[in-house]
Design a protein around this ligand. Structure first.
Ligand code: CAA
Length: 260
């Protein structure tokens, strides 16, 4: 595959995927979404990759959403396919066994916000602005926004954001639970790297099972969710990493996890 719209860097266990169309505020056309899917596939297969970071090039935008030039005059079938390809991307992020952090360095709008909501953790710079402005061009969110946004902020705020298309600032998004943390722009990279390094020292199977259980918690009833939690707990109790964790605790040293 020829990569034109994304960058990919792997360094010390962290794979960073950068949407690289800064002149178009990192708008996501279909080719870019397919590139992101391919980058994720690589990060999934590469055993050396422990944490994935997704960000946007430049200092203005994470992503201003689906590329409106691509959407223009789409028609029903193309429109449905464009929605499906973005939904595939967000689903693959949620299914990935490794933690995914969104580093939001400016606008996260429409499909950009939807992409970030599929990530496990969202760290944003103070200048970030988040919104679902699709209504302003006669659309609704098509990459999961009507489903994931209310799960973060509740139906009332989700309706307000989707009905009005208005953006919210980073501090408001943090207060609403949409962002994990807001930092000055010049501290975004270091904060994300610090968080990624912290996660890299955790037992990978524990992170994977916790991620799956938390995603499934909104898809299942409490009894079934608790049953799955007990099963996962049992699986973890049989891992070498659990043995190492407890031994390290008792020996008053740092554990070294192997993902086994
Ligand atoms: N698609 C294509 N191009 C885009 C874009 C988008 N979503 N957003 C910005 N751009 C382009 C602009 O066309 C412009 O390109 P040119 O220089 O070639 O004209 C360039 O990026 C810079 O944008 P602006 O000049 O508009 O920058 P600004 O600072 O004045 O405004 C903005 C920034 C408020 C984010 C504004 O660009 C904007 O409103 N963008 C559209 C946001 C939007 O509606 N997103 C939703 C898309 S639909 C969607 O995502 C559906 C879905 O759920 C999947």
């Amino acid at each position: 595959m020829e990569y034109k719209n994304t960058l990919y860097e792997k360094s010390e266990g962290i794979a960073t995927i950068t949407i690289n169309r800064p002149k178009a505020l990192n708008a996501l056309n279909e080719e870019t979404v397919l590139e992101l899917l391919a980058r994720l596939k690589d990060a999934k297969k590469d055993e050396n990759v422990k944490v994935v970071v997704i960000t946007g090039a430049g200092d203005k935008a994470f992503s201003a959403g689906a590329d409106l030039k691509m959407m223009k005059g789409a028609g029903a079938v193309k429109g449905m396919h464009l929605s499906q390809v973005g939904q595939k991307l967000t689903t693959e992020i949620e299914k990935l066994e490794k933690p995914v952090i969104a580093a939001i360095n400016g606008y996260a709008l429409g499909g950009g916000l939807e992409l970030s909501m599929a990530c496990d953790l969202r760290i944003a710079s103070e200048n970030a602005k988040l919104g679902q402005p699709e209504i302003n061009v006669g659309l609704i969110p098509g990459w999961g926004g009507t489903q994931r946004l209310p799960r973060f902020v509740g139906k009332a705020i989700a309706k307000e954001m989707i009905f009005t298309g208005k953006m919210i600032d980073a501090k408001t998004a943090e207060r609403l639970g949409l962002l994990n943390k807001v930092v000055p722009a010049n501290e975004l990279n270091s904060t994300v790297t610090e968080l990624a390094n912290e996660l890299m020292n955790k037992p990978p199977i524990g992170l994977e099972l916790a991620k799956q259980l938390i995603h499934n918690s909104t898809e299942t009833d409490l009894r079934v969710g608790l049953t799955h939690e007990a099963e996962a707990f049992g699986i973890l109790a049989s891992t070498e990493d659990f043995k190492e964790g407890v031994t390290a605790f008792l020996e008053k040293r740092k554990p070294e996890y192997k993902g086994k």
